[in-house]
Design a protein around this ligand. Structure first.
Ligand SMILES: [Zn+2]
Length: 597
């Protein structure tokens, strides 16, 4: 029996001064965590209890599809060099040296270690598929740790890796994880969305994120209440209302118009009496070439990164989404400087347009020519207005494909709230969210780079294909708190709360009350519930306040009604109070709570 009077539950009236989000404030106030240094926390009794319950659920569900390992956090640098991630992760990777001067890193994830095991041990298709997972500490030298457990430098993660003989096998492993993740987050009582995601630096193809909507989140999610559509802002798209094109003027050929001093989209549109939706926005960018050692040796300006002009055309009222562009060009781009603009357009900024420039037809073959990427919203439009590449002039009657030839059309537009859902047309919303899980089809990246090979059915050597799958254990706890709190504290779903029920005798000096409370707690515990007895000699107000704060979903108030055989059961989330006969308490909780396994 857990008695509050014997436990260390250091609740606080005040949150730390730097705490901004609810989970940070309440985790500290409820005595779950204490900070050791920036982004590194100790879990005290209640926090650790909740943490263990979350890990228990994750482990139980993962054991249905995979095998648990336990891998070291201390890795040799060479392993990260072999996968290419030593350079890629840069300053985010914790690095250290041992006494002999050997360079080590603290693992952020375990692709390298898992792949090194696969590479040494897997020989044949007969050993595949494999799903290996672990729940262990990970490290990341986060530049700005903040928001309590949301952005930390040391964290607990469930990471899993699948190895399959081919892409069809990976599909199966991926689906298993998808379904398992849904079961885990359902059991943890979270309201989450599954979102199509950009796989970013991980370099995979298919990818989904599991997200919980909260103002504390730093990711942006586009979703539809009318259907299940949900996507990361970098992947989201929307249905556009059709917008009428202008009639051609004069002979229909590109027509120069004098627009003195009118530079911005809005200025020009107003000056010409048209909508920005009939205008082209011209963005002049330079893409830095991806690192490619072979061609760098050939380049005569050694040391300087090779760069290439990328010009993007958007509808006048649309914004470019940089992540979408980066995915299309396979790297990052920066705005051109004045000299670069002058060199390509022969015009000052403010009057740029696509007309009269020879664009690459094929980005790879025509490597010497600039690339023109046109957003899909401009495909099929006609008689648009753009800069004339001449100070104080614009051009009318511009039709893509006729007056200038795009290298490619691509979806580059940033979706905004209120636009139509691509599936059902309902109005889209954009919310901030916290990521609690992420699944990727990694493909051959690690197995190829590190040289893992197995023999297939025909005795031929092939490279196994991988998936990787992560769940942030702290993230589950913080997301649960962010979605269920009020000014007095929070309430966790019973499956992950440190205790399911707190039994509170209003006066422990009254021996009959204390005895009744102890009996109730004993019986509930014997029935398999996780119970805390608040036997402290404190005023009822103090005990109720603490009970409201620390995340326990049910409270039983043992007061004077005991003489009538009744206690009060308080549901923390709604504060609904209900009189329940002591004799039927076990049955009552069997109806509202799952018994402890
Ligand atoms: Zn929809």
């Amino acid at each position: 029996m857990h008695k509050w009077s014997e436990l260390f539950i250091p609740t606080l009236r005040e949150a730390p001064a730097d705490a901004e989000v609810a989970s940070h404030k309440f985790l500290v106030r409820a005595g779950y965590i204490r900070q050791l240094m920036a982004g590194v926390y100790s879990f005290l009794f209640l926090g650790n209890r909740s943490f263990n319950k979350i890990m228990g659920i994750v482990r139980e569900e993962m054991d249905k599809i995979g095998q648990e390992f336990f891998l070291p956090a201390l890795h040799p640098r060479e392993l990260w060099e072999a996968s290419g991630r030593f350079a890629l992760m840069g300053e985010n990777l914790f690095k250290l040296k041992d006494r002999k001067g050997a360079e080590l890193v603290l693992g952020m994830t375990e692709e390298e270690v898992m792949t090194s095991i696969a590479l040494k041990e897997l020989r044949s298709y007969k050993q595949l598929p494999q799903i290996w997972y672990q729940i262990a500490l990970k490290f990341r030298d986060e530049p700005r740790p903040k928001s309590g457990l949301l952005r930390v430098r040391q964290f607990m993660m469930k990471d899993a890796y699948s190895f399959d003989i081919d892409a069809a096998g990976l599909d199966v492993s991926y689906k298993k994880h998808y379904d398992t993740y849904c079961r885990i987050f359902d059991r943890c009582g979270l309201k989450y969305m599954v979102v199509e995601a950009d796989s970013g630096a991980m370099g995979g193809k298919e990818s989904h994120e599991f997200m919980v909507r909260t103002p504390a989140g730093e990711d942006h999610i586009v979703s539809c209440d009318g259907c299940n559509y949900a996507a990361n802002l970098e992947r989201a798209t929307s249905k556009l209302e059709t917008w009428g094109d202008l009639a051609p003027e004069g002979d229909g050929k590109p027509l120069e118009v004098h627009t003195p001093g009118q530079k911005t989209i809005e200025e020009v549109a107003r000056f010409l009496g048209v909508s920005p939706k009939n205008k082209i926005k011209t963005l002049a960018l330079m893409a830095e070439a991806p690192p490619d050692k072979k061609s760098d040796k050939k380049a005569d300006n050694a040391g300087k990164p090779r760069s290439r002009a990328i010009v993007v055309l958007m509808r006048g009222d649309h914004q470019l989404n940089e992540a979408k562009l980066n995915a299309v060009i396979g790297g990052a781009a920066r705005p051109m400087d004045e000299a670069e603009i002058k060199a390509l357009f022969k015009s000052p900024a403010g009057y740029l347009g696509p007309f009269g420039i020879e664009w690459a037809k094929d980005a790879k073959k025509d490597a010497a020519l600039p690339v023109l990427l046109v957003d899909k919203a401009l495909e099929g439009r006609s008689n648009l207005i753009a800069g004339a590449n001449k100070e104080d002039y614009h051009l009318k009657n511009l039709t893509p494909g006729k007056d200038f030839h795009p290298t490619a059309y691509a979806d580059l537009r940033a979706v905004t709230a209120g636009e139509g859902c691509p599936n059902c047309g309902n109005s889209l919303r954009i919310d901030t969210a916290v990521e609690i899980g992420h699944i990727f089809k990694l493909g051959y990246r690690y197995t190829k780079m590190m040289g893992a090979r197995v023999l297939d059915k025909n005795g031929k050597e092939v490279t196994p294909i991988m998936g990787c799958y992560g769940i942030g254990i702290e993230r589950i706890l913080t997301a649960a708190i962010e979605q269920s709190n009020d000014e007095n504290g929070f309430w966790l779903p019973p499956s992950i709360a440190p205790f399911q029920i707190v039994v509170t005798p209003v006066n422990v000096k009254d021996e009959s009350l204390l005895k009744a409370a102890t009996d109730i707690a004993t019986r509930l515990e014997a029935a398999g519930f996780d119970v805390l007895l608040d036997d402290r000699n404190e005023r009822p107000g103090v005990k109720f306040k603490d009970a409201d704060l620390v995340g326990i979903p049910f409270r039983i108030t043992v007061g004077n009604k005991v003489t009538e055989g009744t206690v009060e059961v308080v549901l923390r989330s709604t504060r609904e109070v209900r009189d329940v006969m002591i004799a039927t308490l076990v049955e009552y909780f069997q109806g509202v709570l799952p018994a402890k396994a």
